[in-house]
Design a protein around this ligand. Sequence first.
Ligand code: 5GP
Ligand code: ZN
Length: 117
Amino acid sequence: MPDRDPECVFCGIVAGEIPSTKLYEDEEILAFEDIHPVAPVHLLVIPKRHIPTADDVRDEEGDLLGRMFLTARSLARSAGIVEDGYRIVMNVNRGAGQLVFHIHFHVLGGRPLGKMG
Ligand code: 5GP
Ligand code: ZN
């Protein structure tokens, strides 16, 4: 079993205890729709294992992060947002807007996104 934090909403989604609209799943990765989308396409890609922030990723977990990135790219292709442009974002800690402390890539697209602020 992947490591789990009983207080964590995304661990609850991984466990199937909290409903989500799943888009992709394998042994170590899950992707689902964001519950409060800020763009027409707003997906989240997470590791099944609980990792609180990007700063907690261990050196040996680089491959996992790479596979999460490839999953995000593949989902962007499937959503048809590549040509117009999209964004892959990971917020790190509260000052950057991180609210759920289980790492996730946001995949955002389907509208003009403008410059990063
Ligand atoms: P953060 O602010 O941590 O970078 O992003 C957390 C994201 O998770 C937010 O975009 C928020 O809408 C989404 N989120 C929070 N709780 C849930 C939930 O229970 N289900 C889903 N699908 N998304 C959630
Ligand atoms: Zn978690």
